[in-house]
Design a protein around this ligand. Structure first.
Ligand code: CA
Ligand code: CA
Ligand code: CA
Ligand code: CA
Length: 262
């Protein structure tokens, strides 16, 4: 009887265990509670290979170090690597293929104007931008916005919008505007003309292709931005978050904050 129960338990375990195997390779969010999966400076790393499927995560700290943690047992992580000092607080970490070789790198930028590419297997530094190239980077995202196959690093550095080539690694464009303080950048076609805009959270909208300033909104869009078509006209609206909670909606094509009262 006991053996039968054990057998049924074992069989049902097998039946229900299968989906969990793939989750173990790359959990959708770090194990833990709270806002961990929303932090720009905490990323799950993909498994090194199928045999070594231990969940790993990287954390960039406010002093200027990167830490890699590996899961030792369910819910418990342990530090396995720490970087050299990156000179200033880590502002953002991105997992991205910067040079179009179909392998992702860890791209890290700091408050002090440096950015670094790290190898995802052994964490060695693949490349970093020259010291003193920029004094301060307030925001960075990575998108392909031109004709070459590689992505561009789109950042606000020293008050300017800067596009940096991801493969040949040079500054390919910078804006005339030098008063930008953007802490979030989003790319999408927010006016329905079929080409993308680069939208900065402090209210600047650039054409992503021709890089001209399309609109300077009198109101900032919030600290964090999202894009969603919520009025069904086929054009996304900018949804901006203020003070970590309050939301406002902006119609970029109509160049206005959306009136929400009746
Ligand atoms: Ca790559
Ligand atoms: Ca490109
Ligand atoms: Ca557009
Ligand atoms: Ca819309």
């Amino acid at each position: 009887m006991l053996i039968t129960i054990a057998l049924i338990a074992a069989l049902s375990h097998v039946a229900f265990a299968a989906p969990e195997t793939s989750i173990e390779l790359e959990p959708p969010v770090p194990l833990g509670v709270g806002a961990l999966d929303e932090f720009d400076n905490l990323q799950l790393l993909p498994a090194r290979d199928e045999k070594d499927a231990k969940p790993r995560l990287v954390l960039g700290d406010a002093i200027g170090f990167l830490h890699v943690y590996e899961q030792r047992q369910e819910g418990a992580y342990e530090e396995v690597w720490i970087s050299e000092f990156l000179e200033s607080g880590v502002s953002g970490t991105l997992l991205v293929d910067t040079d179009a070789d179909e392998l992702k790198e860890l791209l890290v930028y700091t408050n002090g104007g440096r950015f670094f590419l790290f190898d995802l297997i052994d964490y060695h530094t693949i490349w970093s931008n020259p010291p003193n190239e920029y004094e301060k980077i307030t925001s960075m995202i990575v998108r392909n916005v031109d004709d070459d196959e590689q992505v561009e690093l789109i950042m606000v550095a020293d008050g300017k919008l800067v596009l940096y080539d991801g493969k040949d690694r040079f500054e390919q464009w910078r804006s005339d505007q030098s008063n930008l303080t953007s802490t979030d950048i989003i790319v999408g076609d927010a006016d329905g003309d079929g080409s993308d805009e680069i939208i900065l959270n402090d209210g600047f909208v650039f054409d992503a292709r021709f890089l001209d300033l399309e609109w300077e909104s009198p109101d900032a869009f919030g600290e964090r931005l999202g894009l969603l078509d919520i009025d069904g006209d086929g054009i996304v609206e900018v949804i901006g978050e203020f003070n970590g909670r309050h939301l406002r909606v902006f119609d970029i094509d109509e160049r206005s904050m959306k009136i929400t009262q009746r």
